[in-house]
Design a protein around this ligand. Structure first.
Ligand SMILES: [Zn+2]
Length: 123
């Protein structure tokens, strides 16, 4: 198998319900996002997928989150905008856009600080 990984980031605010200790107050993070793509078969060009395609697809999704109050967005009307669900949202959006027979988004990690992150993937 081959794995490619790219990173990007965005800044936004959120408010989490029912969590004590400050997270239920409005606050922001600079989220660092890692997107991992996996596949077993390379193209004739020796690439699994062009890095630029992953970067552009990720950027399009993050642009819609950047400098927003995440709780207000349609994507988070039915789920809390936690780092877990942010990773899931990016995973699902990017999978719809980039997955092919040979290449799949394998996991998305959302770092909400230097020491804490959440990863979403599908078994
Ligand atoms: Zn937070």
């Amino acid at each position: 198998m081959y794995e490619l990984k790219i990173t990007d980031q965005f800044a936004a605010a959120h408010q989490l319900q029912g969590i004590e200790g400050g997270c239920e107050n409005l606050h922001g993070h600079n989220w660092k996002i890692e997107v991992t793509v996996a596949g077993s078969k390379l193209g004739d060009d020796g690439l699994l997928i062009d890095f630029r395609e992953i970067k552009q697809g990720t950027k399009n999704i993050l642009d819609a989150l950047d400098h927003k109050f995440l709780n207000d967005l349609e994507s988070f009307k039915t789920m809390e905008p936690s780092s877990e669900n942010i990773a899931r949202h990016i995973f699902e959006s990017l999978s719809r856009e980039l997955n092919t027979e040979h290449v799949k988004i394998s996991r998305v990690t959302a770092w909400e600080s230097d020491t804490a992150c959440a990863t979403y993937w599908r078994d």
